[in-house]
Design a binder for this molecule. Structure first.
Ligand code: NAD
Ligand code: LMR
Length: 327
């Protein structure tokens, strides 16, 4: 018997990331090969023609799982009765715009979207924020949706996790699946911390197998932190297919589980690891079917502590820059 469809809201539908993302969601890459989906696509009014073009292409794929597509410029329509959302749309940085202005412009968007989420989404909907600055946008969303469970609001650091995994696997000369218990902590920004302190390769400590601490500190960590910028410089546009892929990985693992392995997710802090309560910060989690749990009790050495504190400080600064918008 056919399952009833799940509803997923996706914002930024006319943009680059969604040009990969929508087709993969419609194909079943998040919810599975037997789960029909309804796409509830959100973008700004001036992008509606482009969204209609993408919808024509979705129709032309004749995806068996695509039960319906709704397009709208109103978050109250897009978020109605949703089971999940991928919030990709955000205001890009324009010429002369300071980071603080960018934070403020996006905070206004996510404040409005938080109110809509609170008003019309299912209480157990799983929310992933991709649009930058992703962690602080997710924080604003959570603050603006007081009746919605904060633990269901997450931000994407999975692209950074996947980037680190790819770089480490190449260095070790193994397949990516051989590397486990990797973590990317913090903000999705150059302060993020790709941490191999607990990572394993075939059950042995990865750091011992690679045996090159200088490479880890001086090459791996900055390469992962700067990868987004390197792609923008090379492509003239920010990562799109890999970002869409990471968004799929994040939500699929949350829905279906990820076995024993750890994955990195931006989640609302419970105060553990010295991360101020409420901040949305990348941490290691276990994903089990339909839920996630923080990996608890890791002991951080002085280097790990310093790196984590640096990225926490940036998240605190970002919060201070937008806090007035909530008033
Ligand atoms: P894009 O500029 O191609 O598309 C953005 C889309 O968002 C546009 O269609 C735009 O009209 C729409 N949009 C703007 N304001 C909106 C609003 N208020 N409501 C709904 N839609 C709105 O950008 P892209 O390449 O698709 O990237 C989207 C975002 O994802 C950017 O902020 C980018 O920096 C970010 N990103 C995040 C990660 C991550 O790992 N977290 C990785 C890559 C990109
Ligand atoms: C990325 O990590 O590829 C993007 O977040 C970069 C960006 O600024 O859009």
């Amino acid at each position: 018997m056919t399952k009833p469809p799940v509803r997923i809201a996706i914002s930024g539908a006319a943009g680059q990331i969604c040009y990969s993302l929508l087709f993969r969601v419609a194909q079943g890459d998040v919810f599975g090969p037997d789960q029909p989906v309804i796409l509830q696509l959100l973008d700004v009014p001036q992008a509606m023609d482009a969204v209609r073009g993408v919808v024509m292409e979705l129709e032309d794929c004749a995806f068996p799982l695509l039960a319906d597509v709704i397009i709208t410029d109103d978050p109250m329509v897009a978020f109605k009765d949703i089971d999940a959302a991928m919030l990709v749309g955000s205001r890009p940085r324009s010429k002369g715009m300071e980071r603080r202005d960018l934070l403020a412009a996006n905070a206004a968007i996510f404040k409005m979207q938080g109110a809509a989420l609170d008003a019309v989404a299912k209480r157990d909907a799983k929310i992933l924020v991709v649009g930058n600055p992703a962690n602080t946008n997710a924080w604003i969303l959570a603050q603006s949706a007081p009746g919605f469970p904060a633990e269901n609001i997450t931000s994407m650091i999975r692209l950074d996790h996947n980037r680190a995994q790819g770089q480490l696997a190449a260095k070790a000369g193994v397949g990516v699946d051989a590397i486990t218990k990797l973590v990317v902590w913090g903000n999705h920004s150059p302060t993020m911390f790709a941490d191999w302190g607990n990572a394993e390769l075939d059950g042995q400590k990865l750091a011992d197998r690679i045996g090159d601490e200088a490479w880890y500190r001086e090459t791996l960590i900055p390469t992962v932190a700067q990868r987004g910028t390197a792609i923008i410089e090379a492509r003239g546009a920010s990562s799109a297919a890999s970002a869409a892929n990471a968004a799929i990985d994040h939500l699929r693992d949350w829905v279906h589980g990820a076995g024993d392995n750890w994955v990195s997710m931006g989640v609302v802090s419970d105060g553990s690891y010295g991360i101020p309560q409420g901040l949305v910060c990348g941490v290691p989690v276990h994903c089990m079917s339909g839920g996630y749990a923080r990996i608890e009790g890791l002991i951080l050495d002085p280097f790990q502590r310093t790196m984590l504190d640096r990225t926490i400080a940036e998240l605190v600064d970002e919060r201070e820059a937008v806090i007035d918008i909530l008033k």
